[in-house]
Ligand binder design. Structure first.
Ligand code: HEC
Ligand code: HEC
Ligand code: HEC
Ligand code: HEC
Length: 447
């Protein structure tokens, strides 16, 4: 997904009220299999349950979750998109008769669980409903209204979305694609939009149907936006490596599966402005580039936080870049090696508290890297913005750093990467990053 200026602007201005849109880590492990029956959105939407038209005071949860989803959340529209002319065109190009009946599309545009898991009131036409994210409710539906603890709900199959690793895996499955929900260059060639996803930013712009208050923090473990950003990078890297090491890379014959490569390494104008001509810093000119932003940022995160797997990560990443100059089998094998490190790295990150010092170090590192060669790469430039936004808002909400410290320079970074009005200009980004660095250094010195 691209940067959305209008939404983003209103978000910036209401930052203080958004102090709460932050996420939560729990000790629960990822990969909770969702095997419960799915009962359908209507079952959750009773007026005394999650279907109130306004938030209910004195209730631990808002209770207007359905209303928000129905009125404001794009997920409600996910299935309906498949009936639109755009979808018909994509389907035609692919030789699919009806996108709204095709597994290739329903897998991400609905709550596409196996037949056996669909209850009597369930319908695919509800799009990405409550249970597509929270898991099938059959087993916890009754108990969760009669005083079950959060831990008990989880034991009965509720997915612990407050955990950033669990959440990242859920969102990325549809927003990046995976072996179980595949998307490929053929679909994009047929007209499907490219998938671009950064977890902290997308959590922020999904209309929030939950509120992180004292009660929330009591019930659930909490991870703020910087942690969510860092976790999202590592899990995105994991998804990419799963793809790069898989047989999907050799299924095409002539080229590897291009969805795992930077679109701009082939699709770009030959005339100035050539924003993608700066290269990522590790790339030979004229080379097909892996879409490696998450892997490069993970390297920066591990190094800056001094996590034990940092060195091994950098060695394996170098190997992958080498491989990308050699052959598809070399890429697959190097990707499999780096993939083995991702769970360890995630575990190390989970054990690390991001306090003021760490957050400032990360901001400084990101601004420094982003102001160097990486600024020439527009994909990376956008990712630098997402990271700075998440880290600085984490500082504001969790360490009471005044909003004024980073608000203006982060806004300047946003303006530099917002290409809706003018072409992207790396020099503009470099200048904005200088102000960020100055502010980070000043804060580090004063604390
Ligand atoms: C891997 C998951 C995935 C698969 C598979 C998938 N989609 Fe999508 N699709 C998405 C996501 C996510 C978006 C929203 C993109 C965004 O805005 O970031 C989207 C957006 C769209 C849009 C909106 C386009 C626009 O310009 O706004 C259409 C139409 C669409 N998909 C049709 C299809 C069709 C038809 C298929 C099957 C051939 C399909 N999708 C398969 C995930 C998927
Ligand atoms: C696209 C994914 C997604 C969809 C769809 C979705 N949710 Fe959520 N929901 C989340 C995330 C993320 C959170 C925040 C993490 C958490 O607390 O679990 C959340 C939190 C909640 C909470 C917890 C609030 C609290 O204070 O603990 C409730 C209740 C909830 N959602 C109900 C619903 C209902 C009802 C629907 C359907 C109308 C729905 N959700 C649809 C992702 C989703
Ligand atoms: C089952 C697949 C699925 C899951 C899981 C899912 N999404 Fe989506 N999401 C979609 C599709 C499809 C769309 C496009 C809907 C549209 O454009 O109307 C979408 C749209 C969005 C949008 C709106 C994009 C826009 O153009 O306005 C945001 C934000 C978003 N998702 C965030 C998330 C987050 C955060 C999570 C994880 C908590 C998540 N999604 C989980 C499929 C999914
Ligand atoms: C190795 C080079 C290469 C990479 C990388 C690549 N493509 Fe393509 N793409 C092609 C070729 C070749 C065609 C077919 C010729 C054409 O239609 O221009 C094509 C066609 C397309 C088309 C249809 C034609 C058009 O211009 O509308 C779209 C859309 C598209 N690609 C999107 C993407 C996206 C999104 C990515 C990144 C996820 C990507 N491509 C990555 C080479 C590439």
């Amino acid at each position: 997904m691209g940067i959305r200026p209008s939404r983003r602007t209103s978000i910036l201005f209401s930052r203080t009220t958004l102090a709460l849109i932050l996420l939560f880590a729990s000790i629960a492990d990822a990969d909770t299999p969702d095997t419960n029956k799915h009962v359908g959105v209507a079952t959750c939407a009773g007026s005394t349950c999650h279907g109130s038209s306004r938030p209910i005071s004195n209730s631990p949860v808002r209770q207007d979750e359905y209303f928000i989803w129905q009125q404001k959340d794009g997920h409600q529209n996910a299935f309906k998109l498949l009936l639109k002319p755009a979808a018909r065109r994509i389907a035609d190009n692919l030789g699919i008769k009806d996108a709204s009946k095709a597994a290739e599309c329903l897998t991400c545009h609905s709550d596409y669980v196996p037949e056996a898991q669909r209850g009597p009131h369930f319908s695919l036409s509800e799009g990405v409903g409550c249970e597509a994210c929270h898991g099938g409710a059959k087993n916890w539906l009754g108990p969760h209204v009669s005083g079950n603890s959060h831990a008990q709900n989880i034991a009965q199959g509720l997915i612990p979305l407050e955990d950033p690793t669990v959440r990242a895996k859920l969102c990325l499955d549809c927003h990046l694609g995976s072996a179980s929900k595949p998307i490929n260059h053929r679909m994009m060639g047929a007209g499907h939009p490219p998938l671009e996803f950064e977890l902290a930013f997308n959590t922020l712009i999904q209309p929030a149907h939950f509120k992180v208050d004292a009660d929330y923090r009591k019930r659930k473990n909490f991870a703020a936006s910087g942690t969510v950003w860092a976790t999202g990078q590592l899990v995105s890297g994991q998804f990419l490596l799963d793809g790069l090491s898989s047989e999907r890379m050799t299924a095409n014959g002539l080229t590897p599966e291009l969805v795992f490569f930077e679109c701009s390494s082939c699709h770009h104008a030959m005339r100035p402005p050539r924003w993608n001509a700066g290269l990522g810093g590790h790339q030979d000119p004229g080379q097909l580039r892996i879409a490696d932003a998450s892997l490069v940022l993970s390297s920066l995160i591990l190094r800056t936080l001094d996590l034990p797997s940092s060195r091994a990560w950098d060695t394996a990443l170098k190997q992958l870049h080498e491989g990308s100059r050699q052959s598809v089998p070399a890429i697959r094998s190097a990707a499999a090696d780096l993939r083995k490190l991702t769970d360890t790295a995630l575990g190390e990150l989970r054990g690390k508290t991001l306090g003021k010092a760490e957050l400032l170090k990360l901001i400084n590192a990101l601004a420094t890297a982003g102001g160097g060669k990486l600024a020439g790469d527009f994909t990376m430039a956008k990712q630098v913005y997402y990271g700075l936004d998440a880290l600085s808002s984490h500082l504001q909400t969790e360490t009471q750093l005044p909003e004024t410290v980073f608000a203006k320079p982060v806004r300047e970074v946003f303006d530099a990467v917002d290409d809706s009005q003018r072409p992207y200009d790396p020099e503009r980004l470099r200048k904005a990053l200088e102000s960020i660095k100055a502010a980070a250094v000043e804060q580090s010195a004063s604390s």
